[in-house]
Design a protein around this ligand. Structure first.
Ligand SMILES: [Zn+2]
Length: 263
């Protein structure tokens, strides 16, 4: 029988904890490593709907990209949403592992997958992490072999990721070859993208002031949505786990949804 410890060991090799941001909370967050696992579900975020699916489907482990709990808890009751989810999961014997920023930055992690999906070449981390060799590190940068217009790249992303819309800042006719990308909410990497000579920075979400700054500093910005930038990563992670542990039943949550919709 595969143990939760076996899965944790693999996930810590796949996305080493040393890659995680110092503010982050990664690794096994809920559960008993000694218990066995035969059914595992990945997801972006453990919402009430995702927790209900895990309990209904009798999974022993959820691999959730976003940590739960994230902040220290001083009480665990059903009076508030986080406590309610955790209480339900614990009662049902469901463990939680979160790789979060270590998965963002891993050699085969979300940002590498995004950069490869854009068919970038010469892919490097946007910000290296001390002690880790390329291609591990925060975000990615690279080059398109054939320069493309900003509007063509936006259309490609909309098709590739089935997006109803996205936000962009910049001249849509501008020809782009050097691109930086970082999943999630990574507006604070704009300066790193500029310093790397990128003409376009793609991230999930950013503040209005990041868009003003991009405009003022002459770099195009594409915001594809936080969910859209990370959900494909957890779908792929379920495939990676299935390949590593062929006897496990593994899937990416089927009930998970982007809470933000275009209308
Ligand atoms: Zn995220």
């Amino acid at each position: 029988m595969i143990s939760i410890a076996d899965i944790c060991r693999f996930l810590e090799e796949f996305a080493p904890r040393g890659l995680a941001a110092d503010w982050d909370n990664v690794g096994l967050l809920v559960g008993d490593r000694q218990e066995g696992a035969s059914r595992v579900m990945t997801c972006l975020t453990i919402t009430p709907a995702v927790a209900a699916e895990a309990i209904r489907e009798r999974v022993e482990l959820i691999v959730a990209h976003h940590p739960l709990p994230f902040r220290p808890l001083s009480r665990l009751t059903t009076d508030e949403p986080t406590g309610k989810i955790l209480w339900q999961l614990i009662r049902a014997g469901v463990a939680v592992y979160s790789p979060h920023t270590s998965f963002d930055s891993a050699a085969d992690g979300i940002n590498q997958q995004l950069a490869a999906g854009l068919e970038l070449v010469e892919i490097e981390p946007l910000t290296p992490v001390a002690g880790f060799d390329s291609p591990q590190g925060i975000g990615r940068r690279g080059r398109l072999t054939t320069p493309r217009s900003l509007s063509a790249i936006a259309e490609q992303l909309k098709t590739q990721w089935s997006l109803d819309g996205l936000f962009l800042t910049g001249d849509v006719t501008r020809s782009i070859s050097r691109v930086a990308i970082a999943c999630g909410s990574a507006g604070d990497l704009l300066s790193a993208a500029i310093d790397a000579g990128s003409e376009l920075f793609i991230t999930g979400e950013a503040r209005l002031h990041t868009a003003y700054e991009a405009e003022a500093r002459g770099i195009a910005l594409l915001l594809v949505g936080h969910y859209a930038s990370e959900r494909p990563g957890v779908e792929r992670l379920s495939a990676v786990l299935a390949q590593q542990f062929p006897t496990l039943a593994v899937w990416a949550s089927r009930d998970e949804r982007d809470p933000l919709v275009w209308v």
